[in-house]
Design a protein around this ligand. Structure first.
Ligand SMILES: [Zn+2]
Length: 70
């Protein structure tokens, strides 16, 4: 199943960044996915398949389902 990922999504990876941060913001989409560490601000590029392997969970989806009460 292809990874359903969007710009500004926040994801949690299995292994922490050397700075200790686990959470990353998606800053670029393509064959390689650009991620920015939310703890230290550093950017990395990961091939999509690599990200699929390392991804543990979504912390926040950038485009949530519309709130029916609004
Ligand atoms: Zn970091």
């Amino acid at each position: 199943m292809p990874l359903d990922i969007h710009l500004d999504d926040v994801v949690r990876l299995r292994k922490p960044h050397p700075c200790g941060g686990y959470e990353w913001v998606v800053v670029r989409l393509g064959a390689d996915i650009g991620l920015r560490c939310t703890t230290c601000g550093r950017r990395v590029l990961l091939p999509r398949r690599e990200l699929e392997k390392r991804l543990k969970a979504f912390v926040k989806h950038a485009t949530p389902y519309p709130d029916p009460h609004v």
